[in-house]
Design a binder for this molecule. Structure first.
Ligand code: ZN
Length: 284
């Protein structure tokens, strides 16, 4: 199934793309895509509910705004430097253990919402990433069972302000958390629809120029490893997002570096998970 959320910011409703290709409003099911939804096995229940109710669900019209494909989760955990070539372009060593950092959940937004370049920013950068959404509570998970804890996958642009991230002291979180820095979606694609999440092409263009193009086959740490690893430091709750790191081709890695300015158009996508487009604007 492909789950999406649509409507005005803060008032999103849940939707599903049916196997027929029809996009329907599933508000009648009675739950948004929240922690509670995933905790209560909402994906299976929604699938069952649709067998009876799909025909009577209202159609979602083309042109509706997409919201983030899940409601605000308890956390967004990002993995740093999970592709060897990106580590090299960042001037960093290949990590021996995954580098983890948090991204504020208020950064979450729809896949085609404007990118708001923060006040005093001169180094806003792009990062296409495969995001994994957790399906059930995970604490001290073994590698062997780790994939049982996945609900599905989505496209994420892990926007990063490099000065805030790297030159202002302390943790990366400062450069990762501005409003609109986490467009997620358009769809949460349930894991049964993705044969191998370690064989997905991901790409990103800026103003039509191809900047990133890689495959998740190049991960340093794969998805079950990351879930198992993270769950040894914290409990992952249903709906939590793990963003698996970006491949090479970010602005920071160019010579000279290139950063986003108002008017820039950023497009990105991942095989089977859909595409996003953001237009960069100045913060009010
Ligand atoms: Zn990232």
């Amino acid at each position: 199934m492909k789950l999406f959320r649509f409507g005005k910011e803060g008032q999103e409703k849940p939707g599903v793309i049916l196997s027929s290709g029809r996009s329907v409003d599933v508000s009648g099911f009675g739950s948004d895509y929240t922690e509670k939804f995933f905790t209560e096995d909402g994906i299976s229940k929604l699938k069952k509910w649709l067998e009876q109710h799909a025909d009577s669900c209202p159609e979602v019209k083309w042109g509706e705004r997409f919201g983030s494909c899940i409601a605000r989760p308890s956390k967004i955990i990002c993995v740093g430097l999970n592709y060897a070539k990106h580590a090299a372009e960042s001037g960093a060593e290949i990590p021996k253990e995954p580098i983890l950092f948090f991204k504020s959940t208020t950064a979450l937004c729809g896949p085609n919402d404007n990118l708001i370049i923060p006040r005093n920013s001169h180094k806003t950068d792009w990062e296409v990433e495969l995001a994994v959404v957790i399906g059930k509570k995970a604490t001290y998970v073994e590698f062997e069972n780790a994939m049982d804890f996945v609900a599905g996958y989505c496209t994420h642009n892990d926007y990063s302000e490099r000065e805030f991230q790297l030159e202002r002291g302390g943790q990366w979180v400062k450069g990762k958390s501005a409003d609109s820095f986490a467009p997620l979606g358009p769809w949460l694609v349930t894991k049964d629809e993705i044969a191998d999440p370690h064989k997905l092409r991901l790409w990103l263009d800026v103003n039509g120029q191809h900047m990133q193009d890689s495959t998740t086959a190049d991960f340093i740490f794969n998805i079950p490893f990351l879930i198992s690893y993270i769950s040894k430091f914290m409990t992952l709750l249903p709906g939590d997002v793990i963003s698996t790191g970006t491949p090479s081709g970010v602005g920071l890695g160019l010579k000279p570096p290139k950063y986003l300015v108002p008017g820039d158009i950023i497009r990105l996508g991942i095989d089977g998970l859909g595409e996003q487009q953001q237009v960069a604007i100045k913060a009010p």
